[in-house]
Design a protein around this ligand. Structure first.
Ligand code: GLP
Length: 242
């Protein structure tokens, strides 16, 4: 595991974007595993800047997003499909048909799940996975549990996650209580993982995940077993590690 210390959120975003841009330049038809949340917004901004400066070309790139709320359509302003469009896809030359986010709609979750797993298999897996980490150590929407999950599945969101994410919804009760997420196995099969973490509020969970026991109670702790993880964290997020 390589740990890169950044001075602040902007520096973290720039450093992560530099790493990802280099990979895209080397393998333009790569499969990017992408994340939502506040952590990667700066990274997407930096990638857009690089694209505008003609330093990066996404025309052959493909993407698989980590997760999506159950019950939200892609044009709902809190859906992760919408988030990806407005924060990234709409501003670069990626072919929308090559971008994938789980389908949050429909009354057949099993179909949504198997469709998404089929997409991942057809693409041959993920080359580089961007990850943030939840306050309880979740990655994607893999909440603390008794076992590590395998492939795409539907999860019941935990109270702490509902509390953290409901601020983005008009009313707390508007926030979906379930979400589709890649499983831990999907994430661990990514060839390379870039974990980005910012802020004091994540300092303790980052330390627990990187140096504590490997346990499904702290889903991010599994990353200790991956052979190619780069953690880009700012000084605040690293404050408990030092
Ligand atoms: C969210 C997402 C995760 C994200 C994490 C951290 O709920 N499902 O993919 O990495 O929680 O979010 P943030 O970056 O806003 O702290």
């Amino acid at each position: 595991m390589k740990i890169i210390k950044a001075s602040d959120y902007n520096d973290m975003s720039q450093k992560a974007a530099d790493i990802l841009a280099e990979i895209v330049q080397t393998k333009p038809d790569l499969v990017m595993g992408l994340a939502t949340g506040s952590s990667p917004i700066g990274l997407y901004k930096c990638l857009i800047e690089k694209y505008n400066q003609k330093l990066i070309d996404f025309s052959k790139a493909k993407s698989i997003n980590l997760d999506e709320y159950r019950g939200l359509s892609g044009d709902h302003n809190q859906s992760y499909r919408y988030f990806m469009n407005i924060n990234f896809f709409d501003h670069v030359n990626i072919n929308t048909g090559n971008t994938h986010v789980p389908n949050g709609l429909g009354d057949d979750p099993e179909k949504n799940i198997s469709d998404y797993n089929t997409i991942i298999e057809k693409l041959g897996g993920i080359d580089v996975q961007i990850l943030g980490m939840g306050h309880n150590g979740h990655i994607g929407f893999n909440e603390p549990a008794d076992f590590f999950t395998k492939k795409t599945h539907l999860v019941n969101l935990q109270e702490s996650t509902i509390l953290a994410n409901s601020v983005y919804f008009e009313k707390e009760e508007d926030m979906p209580r379930q979400a589709y997420t890649l499983g831990i196995q999907n994430i661990m099969y990514a060839k390379k993982i870039i974990l980005i973490v910012s802020g004091k509020a994540k300092a303790d969970i980052l330390k627990t995940a990187l140096t504590g026991h490997i346990t499904p109670r702290v889903p991010g702790s599994i990353l200790q077993l991956h052979s190619d993880v780069i953690v880009v964290a700012d000084v605040d997020a690293m404050s408990s590690l030092i």
